[in-house]
Write a protein that binds this ligand. Sequence first.
Ligand code: IMP
Ligand code: MG
Length: 174
Amino acid sequence: MADKIRVLLSEDEVNKRISEVAAQISRDYQGKEIHLICILKGGVFFTCELAKRLELPVTLDFMSVSSYGNDTKSSGVVRIVKDLDEPLAGKDVLIVEDIIDSGRTLSYLIEVLKQRGPESIRLCTLLDKPERRVKKQVTVDYTCFTIPDEFVVGYGLDYAQKYRNLPYIGVVEQ
Ligand code: IMP
Ligand code: MG
């Protein structure tokens, strides 16, 4: 049977907010080139929509990571499933994520990527669930929406690999 999904953020709301954040990033990086790192798979829809709206020279790369063990018992060690194709030396890097939850994935990833000598490294997320943060030191530079502690799907986010293709953010009703 199909799950019931309640709309939390409509397609129009999401797209409007992405345009605002893209305008902010375009202002902040004026005169520079930006190297976007999309965190697969969840970040892919947001990365595309954001990249289309940036008024800057943009390059793109992709990375896929997974946590060891299950989420609740995660040690914070993250396995790189697919690494970047390009080096980061001298680049202004913007990591693009679907959601920051505990912050474990990103706190690990930022440390790893800093070792590769980028000129700068910042973090942009579609959603932030600050109530769930374990790694308090993770600084999110650009957030489209701060949401309550609910499990959301759509716009790249999945529930058992489903619903990534929904054009809005929804909550799966029990
Ligand atoms: P964390 O910040 O390391 O805890 O993990 C973030 C990752 O957990 C995200 O990239 C998502 O893949 C997943 N995640 C966290 N919260 C949700 C949610 O509400 N819906 C779908 N995936 C989620
Ligand atoms: Mg993810």
